[in-house]
Design a protein around this ligand. Structure first.
Ligand code: AMP
Ligand code: MG
Length: 332
């Protein structure tokens, strides 16, 4: 027994011997600042940056070189297998969660971007909403191309792409034999292994009512993704009102239901990304129903309360006294 322990300790210490921190900050991807940290004897963060840059060139709806941009502008594009795979997932979840998550909302998202630029509220939301619908997107998985079937219709993968690429980076890290890493794509996080190979990562959930360095709660995390959608992340103020970037597919307006941030915690970052957006739109009760249905944990922050799901008991603690801190229990 002692011999086995000694061998195990020797193997472990050899594995971590010479492990150093490598941090890479990446600008210009997914309209946010990304950082990737590893604790390892060799620095492979450039490989992970390349995956990010590659994903930006495939999935961005706003980068004229990207595959999705070309699909939206030409109504037809040949796609890489990665894009076909992500687009298929995106359409599937848009069908399953259509009241909350829908990639075909892009015409409405574009209207709100115009509104921000011109500081005028959009007038034609109903006509932009009428262009929504996954029946307007045709994907040919055998021949790797897609078509938009209705003039004016378009898609955005903004609510899912960061999760997808996070999963790809995690896959690559596993193949590379990484033991300890943190991926942070602007609030889309994956805590890989243990911090510095020693103890669980402590992930701060941003306080939506305070500055970017303030957390409302801390979650202990290892080998798990934590993805937050928040009203504070993007938007603009007009006549004293904040118009944020998460759109309710039923109205075409920024979702307004009391939630100010929604966090999904689970093993697959892509699913967490989809669900953080969907839960934000769904409202507190439906958010926890979705979390249960899709097998993830949730942290929902309203103006005065942090609600968390049962699976986080013992792993989450409040950072201060700004909010009530409540284990969510469904009303029977
Ligand atoms: P996230 O930050 O993951 O919640 O994604 C928000 C981004 O996804 C927005 O900036 C829009 O590009 C797009 N989006 C907004 N509302 C929705 C929605 N209800 N479903 C799908 N995508 C959305
Ligand atoms: Mg999302």
């Amino acid at each position: 027994m002692i011999f086995v322990l000694a061998v195990a300790a020797a193997v472990l210490s050899k594995r971590y011997l010479g492990a150093k921190e490598h941090t890479r900050t990446i600008y210009g991807c997914f309209d946010t600042i990304c950082t990737i940290t590893t604790y390892s004897s060799s620095d492979k963060t450039e490989e992970y940056e390349n995956l990010l840059r590659d994903a930006e060139l495939k999935f961005s709806a706003y980068n004229p070189q990207s595959e999705i941009y070309r699909l939206n502008s030409d109504l037809y594009a040949e796609l890489s297998p990665d894009t076909v795979s992500l687009l298929c997932d995106a359409v599937t979840y848009s069908n399953l969660l259509s009241d909350y998550f829908d990639i075909t909302l892009n015409p409405v998202c574009l209207l709100w971007q115009e509104a921000e630029k011109n500081s005028v509220l959009p007038l034609n939301i109903d006509s932009a909403l009428s262009l929504k619908g996954t029946e307007n997107v045709y994907i040919d998985i055998d021949s790797n191309y897609a078509k938009i079937l209705k003039e004016g219709a378009s898609i955005t993968l903004g609510a899912i792409a960061k999760g997808y690429v996070t999963d790809r980076i995690v896959q690559k890290m596993r193949a590379n034999g990484e033991t300890s890493a943190l991926i942070n794509l602007g609030g889309n996080i994956y805590a890989y292994g243990l911090k510095n190979n020693s103890s669980a990562w402590q992930i701060g959930i941003r306080d939506p009512k305070s500055d970017e360095n303030s957390s409302a709660a801390i979650v202990e995390a290892s080998n798990i993704s934590i993805v937050t959608s928040g009203a504070y992340q993007r938007g603009f103020e007009l006549d004293g009102k904040w118009y944020h970037h998460i759109i309710d597919p039923k109205t075409g307006y920024p979702a307004e239901n009391g939630i100010i941030s929604a966090t999904a915690v689970g093993s697959k970052s892509e699913l967490c990304d989809i669900l953080s957006t969907a839960m934000y739109v769904a409202g507190v009760e439906n958010a926890f129903r979705l979390a249960e249905e899709y097998g993830i944990d949730a942290i929902i922050i309203t103006d005065n309360t942090i609600y968390y799901s049962k699976g986080l008991e013992g792993k989450i603690k409040p950072s201060g006294n700004n909010y009530n801190f409540v284990l969510y229990q469904a009303v029977q």
